[in-house]
Design a protein around this ligand. Structure first.
Ligand SMILES: Cc1cc2nc3c(=O)[nH]c(=O)nc-3n(C[C@H](O)[C@H](O)[C@H](O)COP(=O)(O)OP(=O)(O)OC[C@H]3O[C@@H](n4cnc5c(N)ncnc54)[C@H](O)[C@@H]3O)c2cc1C
Length: 300
């Protein structure tokens, strides 16, 4: 199929873009990498009157470090996190921020990652997408702007549900800010998908800080198990202050998995995804705290 007719605008500044979004509101759609939007246009699942192409907007693309915080512009390609981010990481922060290239490596195929943007993936809010889970585990801040105001939003506020965020029609995601984590932070991103490049059936992002053998801070999030990314706050509360033994990790993973009610699909019933979540949580946490793989598995 072909898209319904639309007008095409290609602003070159953030201010111009926000003015256009204010003028057209619900009638407009932002075009970033087009990897999700263009199929939706072709199937006429989206029929915007105006397409606002943000690929030529100055200042929206780029990766940097400001006062110890990692900043990623909304139109930064997913592939740039794999190719450019590792070169920018200094040793102390690398443990936490390394979660991003690990997560991105699971997105589709390299051609998709070369066009798809960070902001597009987060704004699209697919509950099985990798980047929302990584941003949640890392405690990122999402910068949302309109012509009138700038908001700094936490992931748990940003992701409201199935393909739904807290952004209003006249707003746009402009930047993602990832805080520094202490030296020695370790992370793990694991997922199961039916074929390489498919969306995750379940994915787990885990970031853990250890001091003197105990967990002092952690962030854990799951994709593919609910209508939106699940932030595992209860599990983190059970982990912090404790020695992360295989038994404790298995117990916490089991407790969290038991609370999940993922929608059944053609690949299996809810129990299948619950089981995947339990196994992946155990393995990802085991990896993040530095347990040998066989000890994590034997604690089943
Ligand atoms: C074959 C295939 C396989 C894929 N596999 C995966 C996968 O395994 N995992 C995964 O996570 N994704 C996957 N994707 C999706 C891919 O990651 C997309 O790139 C991503 O979902 C959307 O990013 P985009 O830049 O292409 O956004 P677009 O498609 O341009 O836009 C997507 C939506 O976000 C809105 N939007 C975009 N940018 C902004 C912004 N800055 N502010 C506000 N709204 C904005 C658009 O208006 C639109 O509604 C796959 C895509 C394809 C085609």
């Amino acid at each position: 199929m072909k898209p319904a007719p639309f007008d095409y605008l290609a602003p070159t500044t953030i201010e111009e873009t926000l003015d256009v979004l204010r003028e057209y509101g619900d009638e407009a759609k932002v075009l970033a990498g087009g990897q999700s939007l263009v199929p939706m246009l072709n199937f006429r699942l989206a029929r915007p009157a105006v397409l606002v192409d943000i690929n030529h907007v100055a200042g929206l693309d780029g990766i940097g470090v400001e006062d110890g915080t990692l900043t990623i512009g909304a139109t930064t390609r997913q592939r740039a996190l794999e190719t450019r981010l590792p070169g920018l990481l200094d040793a102390p922060a690398a443990g936490a921020w390394g979660l991003l290239p690990a997560a991105v490596g699971n997105i589709g195929h390299v051609h998709i990652r070369s066009r798809g943007t960070i902001g597009g993936s987060l704004s699209h809010a697919d509950p099985a997408a990798e980047l929302p889970a990584a941003a949640s585990a890392l405690g990122a801040t999402l910068v949302v702007r309109s012509a009138e105001a700038t908001r700094e939003v936490a992931p748990e506020e940003f992701f409201e549900g199935f393909f739904t965020t807290c952004m209003a029609a006249e707003e746009m995601l402009t930047q993602i800010r990832v805080p520094a984590w202490p030296e020695g932070t370790r992370s793990s991103f694991l997922e199961v998908s039916r074929r390489r490049g498919d969306f995750a059936q379940v994915a787990v992002a885990a970031v853990v800080v250890l001091a003197d053998g105990r967990v002092t801070r952690a962030g854990v999030a799951l994709a593919g198990v609910a209508a939106a990314t699940v932030q595992a706050d209860g599990l983190v509360a059970g982990l912090v202050g404790q020695e992360p033994t295989p038994t404790l990790i298995a117990e916490l993973a089991g407790d969290l998995a038991a609370t999940l009610d993922p929608p059944p699909d053609v690949h299996g019933p809810a129990a299948y995804r619950r089981s995947l979540a339990r196994h992946l949580l155990r393995r990802a946490l085991g990896e993040a705290v530095g347990l040998p793989a066989d000890r994590t598995v034997s604690a089943a």
